[in-house]
Design a protein around this ligand. Structure first.
Ligand SMILES: [Mg+2]
Length: 223
């Protein structure tokens, strides 16, 4: 059995800067009184948990506590709902069909790994109309680094299937940090990107890049 792991932002769900990032920025300000910019690539670990830890350490000179995380998530959830509850996220063309097809495939199984918190990643998938019930799901609640979240997704998929280690694992993502994480883990990689983003991830080493999900299943069998 082979495993394909999907990222959410910019991969299963179309990236929307305003909807995506504002709730986080506002919740940091509301919870901790700290004003930040949404330049996520400047953080050591560009995951919701990694970014929050770094913000608290830099601005408060202490570690992020479980209480900080609980309060922050509560505020972020309320911003997501208040601002975007009536403005749905959009899934990437072909993503829905692709997840359904993999669900019926005897050679491949799917998992989801996101740098979002579990609640915000789930919120986006649901808002975009993607049915992810029963798909192993790892998030920033499972780790601070992208690599640890990807490994959590693999472990959850193994547990769900009671399978031996997967023969082949492919990660499908949209950005440079995804290319690097797949390389570190020795996994295959397929990029979902076009234009400037495609150029950036190709420069980072991505060999297979497609604009949407229509050719994904064919490509999986070639990796
Ligand atoms: Mg992404």
């Amino acid at each position: 059995m082979n495993l394909v792991v999907f990222d959410i932002d910019g991969t299963l769900i179309q990236y929307h800067k305003k909807k995506n990032d504002l709730a986080y920025v506002r919740a940091v300000r509301e919870t901790f009184g700290i004003k930040i910019e949404d330049d996520w690539a400047s953080y050591i670990h560009s995951t919701d948990s990694g970014i929050l830890s770094e913000i608290i350490e830099k601005n408060r000179g202490r570690s992020c506590t479980p209480e900080d995380v609980v309060l922050f998530k509560k505020n972020m959830n309320s911003w997501l709902d208040r601002e975007y509850g009536k403005e749905p996220f959009e899934c990437t063309p072909g993503a829905k069909e692709c997840l359904n097809e993999i669900g019926n495939d005897s050679d491949w199984t799917a998992a989801i790994a996101t740098g979002n918190w579990e609640f915000s990643g789930g919120y986006k998938l649901q808002s975009g109309g993607l049915d992810f019930k029963g798909i192993p799901f790892a998030s920033a609640d499972d780790g601070i680094t992208r690599e640890s979240i990807l490994q959590a997704a693999r472990a959850k998929a193994e547990k769900a299937l009671l399978t031996r280690p997967f023969e082949k694992i492919v990660y499908v993502g949209d950005w440079i940090w995804d290319v690097k994480a797949a390389e570190t883990l020795g996994w295959g990689f397929i990029g979902i990107a076009s234009g400037e983003e495609e150029k950036a991830i190709r420069e980072a080493g991505a060999k297979q890049v497609i604009p949407d999900f229509s050719r994904l299943r064919k490509l999986l069998n070639r990796i």
